[in-house]
Design a protein around this ligand. Structure first.
Ligand code: 13P
Length: 257
């Protein structure tokens, strides 16, 4: 049985003080999250302080990206070792904002994913098509190419140590989420791809999250889909109330099965 995972990606938002305030509020509600995995990805600058607030509890701390190397002359990069040191257990890789704004390639994302795995961090790999690609009927082809490239050199055992997020670019920050049906179709496709690329059992166990304009209003319908195992939440994760309402929606679905 796959557990639902609700993960907040704060992007470039919140000072350390604001991040700690948020963390201590949700830390106090942990009991209400039972049965659902919850994680947050604050900006780098807040990680250590937020870890201090979450330490010893069940809420996971993640980074929004990770470097492909352990150390060296890589100005501006932060290595998996450094992220682990400040309490991160997972890191996003391949977020579409990095793909589009910073030109990150599948090959680079693959190196980041392998580097996270090497240091026992869980990579949370994001894939998804642009509006133009969807309108041209290329969604599956684009997602498959991204998965193939980003997962190069991994095996079924590695798959069991990562999380995948389907985030259609046209749904990110636009207020236009994929419908539950549209999202489910792509999630089922991702799972079929994983079954072929790895093993059927490993693909059944893989957590595949949906991201793109998830809100307390649409979360329940999305999370009720058979292949949607959680949500990667941007805007709605910045507010304690809306973030915890999404967690609550996941919990109700988890309890119903
Ligand atoms: P929004 O929820 O703001 O659309 O962002 C989604 C996202 O990019 C999460 O990584």
């Amino acid at each position: 049985m796959r557990k639902k995972f609700i993960c907040g990606n704060w992007k470039m938002n919140k000072t350390t003080q604001e991040a700690c305030q948020f963390a201590s509020e949700i830390r106090g509600m942990e009991k209400k999250f039972e049965g659902v995995e919850v994680g947050i990805c604050p900006p780098y600058t807040a990680l250590q302080a937020v870890h201090g607030v979450l330490d010893g509890g069940s809420i996971l701390l993640g980074a929004q990206d990770v470097a492909w190397a352990q150390d060296g002359a890589y100005t501006g990069e932060v290595s998996p070792l450094m992220l682990k040191e400040v309490g991160c257990t997972f890191a996003l890789v391949g977020h579409s904002e990095r793909r589009t704004l910073l030109d990150e390639s599948d090959e680079l994302i693959n190196r980041k994913l392998l580097s996270a795995l090497q240091f026992n961090m869980t990579p949370l790999l994001c894939v998804g098509e642009s509006l133009d690609e969807r309108e041209r009927g290329m969604t599956e082809r684009v997602v498959e190419t991204q998965l193939r490239g980003c997962l190069a050199g991994t095996d079924a055992k590695a798959l069991s140590r990562m999380v995948i997020a389907y985030e259609p670019v046209w749904a990110i920050g636009t207020g236009r989420n994929a419908t539950p049906h549209e999202a489910q179709e792509v999630h089922a496709f991702v799972r079929r791809f994983l079954a072929g690329r790895f093993e059927a059992e490993a693909s059944q166990d893989a957590q595949i999250l949906y991201g793109g304009s998830v809100t307390p209003k649409n979360a329940a319908a999305l999370l009720a889909q058979p292949d949607i195992d959680g949500a990667l939440v941007g805007g709605a994760s910045l507010d304690v109330r809306s973030f915890t309402d999404i967690i609550q929606a996941a919990r109700e679905i988890a309890q119903a099965v």
